[in-house]
Design a protein around this ligand. Structure first.
Ligand code: ZN
Length: 293
């Protein structure tokens, strides 16, 4: 597998100007000036984060309306943080960003959350084909919690006795993956209907929350784990179960504590990583294209 290396990264993005130019190319390459309709290429305005039409001076701002617009953190830091996200097996923790970039923890955590938001692939519609569906429960490790985080949990009505959060997962046979944090707002069946095409064949275990879905979907295969059945013909839930071990490893291994409020970002990140694991060399660019879409 081809890998995007730190040497290639450094050569491509030696400074803030190079990062800004990448954003300019992603957003405005080949832009016809909206003011004077000139097709001449826009040029960089010195000491400003903008490019201008050489004919009439109309300016465009590559960071406008992006996560980079209002931040004082240099673009090189952001790009390096994204690079780290794509080259580490389970993603990079905020603590690690704090150390490597020598920034305060609050900034590091904010960057880390923003990058996760960028990783989320919002373009995936309802899954088609054969779709495995399952849920897993992530334990929030309360004893590692800082006093302040614990106080926050109580404020959000997260009881210390109820410290597991469910995630529902969907994986299609063409390897598209969606994870959804389970809150009280929807039933299992509603979540399935929202994420899976009517025309799909769905495969679940015997959980009662899934019963009745055969009325909605073309086919519903139930693998009865309770009766020690793990495969029914060609139908199984092994792929989604592999996703769970990945998800648990990432959350346990990299992040000391994930609060319920932020869990969706973390599971989106894991989904992104699983879907793109065979194209590590493209992950960096894919994330950047999400910046501007
Ligand atoms: Zn112009």
């Amino acid at each position: 597998m081809k890998r995007y290396t730190i040497d290639e990264f450094r050569a491509e993005y030696p400074d803030n100007d190079a990062c800004l130019h990448k954003l300019f190319e992603l957003r405005f390459k080949g832009l016809v000036c909206p003011k004077c309709e000139s097709v001449k290429e826009f040029t960089r305005v010195k000491n400003r984060r903008s490019y201008q039409c050489p004919n009439c001076g109309f300016q465009v701002y590559p960071t406008k309306d992006t996560v980079f617009e209002k931040t004082t953190t240099p673009l090189t830091y952001w790009f390096y943080a994204i690079f780290l996200q794509t080259t580490t097996r389970n993603g990079v923790a905020a603590k690690e960003l704090e150390r490597q970039l020598n920034i305060c923890y609050k900034t590091a955590l904010r960057m880390s959350h923003q990058i996760k938001l960028l990783m989320a692939d919002k373009s995936i519609g309802k899954l088609e084909g054969i779709v495995q569906i399952d849920e897993c429960y992530i334990g929030m490790n309360l004893k590692n919690l800082h006093r302040k985080q614990r106080a926050e949990m109580y404020e959000n009505n997260e009881s210390k006795f109820d410290n597991k959060t469910g995630v529902m997962g969907f994986i299609s046979d063409d390897k598209k993956i969606k994870f959804e944090v389970i809150d009280g707002s929807k039933t299992f069946k509603q979540r399935v209907k929202n994420n899976v095409s009517k025309k799909a064949t769905i495969v679940t275990d015997g959980h009662l929350g899934y019963s009745g879905l055969n009325l909605h979907h073309v086919k519903h295969e139930v693998v009865n784990h309770m009766a020690n059945e793990f495969k029914r013909g060609n139908y199984h839930t092994n792929s989604i179960e592999n996703c769970w071990s990945n998800l648990k490893r990432t959350i346990k291994g990299t992040h000391i504590h994930v609060s319920r409020k932020h869990l969706q970002k973390y599971v989106d990140e894991v989904a992104f990583r699983l879907m793109n694991r065979d194209r590590q060399d493209e992950m960096f660019d894919i994330i950047l294209t999400h910046v501007v879409s």
